[in-house]
Design a protein around this ligand. Structure first.
Ligand SMILES: [Zn+2]
Length: 150
């Protein structure tokens, strides 16, 4: 059995920050200065960040935004399905992708990488036969250690 994985950046499905502004407008969401700051940071970092990380990074960049505003904007964007939210034991993490994708977590550093993994059709068919469900999407959570420096 083989699965295909490629790093995120090469995927055509990755929307740009302008696409996301447009999506927010279509959803009738107001694009306040603070909301744009949060979106710009998530798209620049392309990582999974806590509300505190985002608050600290924005303030380090000299952006004047309160912790409550960061938190409220993240919640609004997440509940509208514009950004992703991962519930981890250490708290919630927010990411820039909202399409289904998989994650690889480093056991040593805790760093989380987005992955696009396609399971073989045969395996999906076996799961459908076994469960009686038609699979519509899936997300894999992989953990591992770096074998060699890249
Ligand atoms: Zn992700």
């Amino acid at each position: 059995m083989s699965a295909v994985a490629h790093p995120t950046g090469r995927q055509a499905s990755c929307a740009t920050v302008d696409d996301v502004y447009r999506r927010c407008r279509e959803l009738g969401m107001r694009l306040s200065r603070q909301r744009r700051m949060v979106l710009d940071l998530l798209w620049a970092e392309k990582n999974h960040l806590s509300a505190r990380d985002i608050f600290e990074k924005l303030n380090n960049l000299g952006r004047n935004i309160g912790h409550t505003s960061v938190y409220q904007n993240l919640e609004a964007l997440q509940s509208a399905g514009v950004i992703e939210c991962l519930d981890r034991a250490s708290g919630r993490l927010y990411g820039y992708r909202s399409d289904p994708h998989s994650h690889l977590t480093c056991i040593d550093s805790g760093a989380i990488q987005d992955l696009d993994v396609q399971l073989p059709a045969e395996l999906l068919r076996q799961i459908e036969t076994h469960t009686g469900y038609a699979i519509e999407s899936y997300t894999l959570h992989l953990t591992g250690r770096r074998r060699r420096p890249c």
